[in-house]
Design a binder for this molecule. Structure first.
Ligand SMILES: [Zn+2]
Length: 435
């Protein structure tokens, strides 16, 4: 493994420093003398690599949309060094065999740490509990369990899942959506849905499940994580639960911090997503909740789909958008440039808190001597049009294509090896090679 110095980088707190990396570890900080290999970082911001709690890599079974390799490249392009792969694959990641397969594909790809999320129920059918403890004790060391894409709607199954997750010091990540309240729903239940004649998706379908699950987590003394919080009411419930001492954490997606249901007026299915885009008022509350820590983390819900799945009419189109490559750019636009968050808070929301929630001790530490060299180098002063060339995964269902976005990922280092250099994702054969 190669040694190098990142020279003149600025850390989140404004400190300027050189960073020497050797053997995949940060070995020196401060003013560093000569080095064989230097990465010039004047004017650039150095943060711990981002950690995504919510990524759909689609493999096994959905390789037409994404694979572990292509999704890993998309992650690196966005400054990520760890992603958590959702289990809604074919077959479902609900056994030690499947989660170990996904983890092994991630190791082979070598761009990011791919950590599988195990399904809560067998086949994600919401009926029978999956092998939570066996997945936790497998080589994949699963710590997050989720039926994401579907809600664990049955309260008895949810309570059991919380109890089993506690045994392995894990967490249940709930896709909060009461299915009886969202059957056939197409867009946030509000003025835009009414104008477009689309069936409304009520906020209470999300909020009621979060409230129920918070109480179940309290009664079992277990940890609950709420996926993609999207409404002002959900924020209120999470805030109440935290104040009560319930062990609850929550994530928000970049798109719910930036886009509203108004974007659906053109019936452009790139804006169709689950949970749906909400109102400007919800967006304001979500931003404030991320700033004050009520919402712990930003998670992408990167959801690749082939072009044909998005080309059909709104009601038939697939739900979801890709988000790994654009995440930090949208976060900069939505909450940094609006003055709500500084870079230390971005570091907290995109790296430290996700690491803590997922039980990744080393990654939860700040940039310091002895820490693993999972790092991202950003140019916050950049501003350019986001286009299809910025996407490194297999699918192109991004809602931001053609939009001007601030910021740029200049380099990403995974275990001390550059996966992105000069804004370019390196080829698979370059990853293992000396540079
Ligand atoms: Zn979901």
């Amino acid at each position: 493994m190669s040694a190098f110095v990142i020279r003149g980088a600025q850390l989140a707190d404004g400190t300027r420093t050189d960073v020497r990396v050797d053997g995949g570890v940060i070995v020196e900080l401060g003013t560093i003398g000569t080095a064989d290999r230097t990465v010039h970082a004047d004017g650039l911001l150095l943060l711990p690599g981002f950690i995504d709690l919510h990524t759909h890599l689609r493999q096994p079974g959905g390789e037409g949309s994404e694979t572990v390799l292509t999704g890993s490249r998309a992650a690196a392009a966005g400054g990520y060094t760890t992603v958590h792969a959702m289990p809604n694959t074919t077959p479902t990641a609900d056994t030690p065999g499947v989660v170990e397969q996904v983890a092994a594909l991630g190791e082979e790809a070598g761009y990011v740490d791919v950590r599988p999320i195990g399904a809560v129920s067998k086949g994600r059918e919401g009926v029978e509990l999956a092998e939570l403890v066996a997945m936790a004790r497998s080589r994949a060391r699963v710590r997050i369990f989720s039926d994401d894409g579907s809600c664990v709607a049955d309260p008895l199954l949810m309570r059991r899942a919380l109890e089993y997750a506690r045994i392995v010091d894990g967490v249940v990540a709930q896709h909060a959506e009461e299915p009886r309240l969202t059957a056939g729903a197409q867009l946030h239940d509000g003025a835009v849905a009414a104008d477009l004649g689309l069936k409304g998706w009520p906020a209470v379908a999300e909020e009621a499940i979060i409230a129920r699950d918070a109480l179940l987590a309290e009664s079992t003394d277990s940890r609950l994580h709420v996926c993609h919080v999207s409404t002002a009411g959900s924020v209120e419930v999470v805030r109440w639960a935290k104040a009560r001492g319930i062990r609850i954490t929550a994530e928000v997606t970049p798109h719910h911090l930036w886009l509203t249901d108004e974007a659906a007026r053109g019936y452009d299915a790139r804006f169709k997503v689950n949970p749906p885009l909400r109102t400007a008022e919800d967006v304001d509350v979500l931003r404030a909740a991320l700033a004050d820590g009520t919402i712990d983390a930003v998670a992408t819900d990167h959801a690749p789909h082939p072009a044909e799945a998005k080309r059909s009419e709104w009601s038939a189109a697939a739900m979801g958008m890709v988000g790994l490559e654009s995440a930090v750019l949208v976060v900069q636009a939505a909450v940094v440039e609006t003055g709500l968050l500084g870079w230390p808070e971005v570091e907290r929301a995109m790296s430290r808190r996700p690491a803590e929630i997922a039980g990744l001790a080393d990654a939860a530490r700040p940039i310091a001597v002895g820490r693993g060299a999972d790092l991202v180098l950003l140019d916050p002063s950049a501003r350019r049009r986001f286009d299809v060339g910025d996407l490194a995964g297999r699918s192109t269902n991004s809602p931001y294509l053609g939009q001007e976005l601030p910021g740029r990922v200049v380099a990403t280092f995974f275990r001390g090896v550059p996966t992105v250099l000069d804004g370019r994702v390196r080829a698979p054969e370059e990853i293992g090679a000396a540079w």
